[in-house]
Design a binder for this molecule. Sequence first.
Ligand code: ZN
Length: 75
Amino acid sequence: MSEEHAQFEPAEQQAIRAAVAAGKPAICPRDGATMTSRAIGGGSFGLGYARRREWLICPTCKRSLIFDRRRGTRT
Ligand SMILES: [Zn+2]
């Protein structure tokens, strides 16, 4: 049986998001591989966009999740 659309479980997603939000590299909880991140642009106005999304992908098990990186007000 193959899981074509394998996803992380909610607890795993939470752990990955917490790590990335803390400025740490995203590590796959399944196999310990460093996940690659790909920015998801909202079009050609990516730089001026207040919200940035990243697509974190594990190169080993191919699981992925969307990370919503919110930008607070600049100080
Ligand atoms: Zn993995």
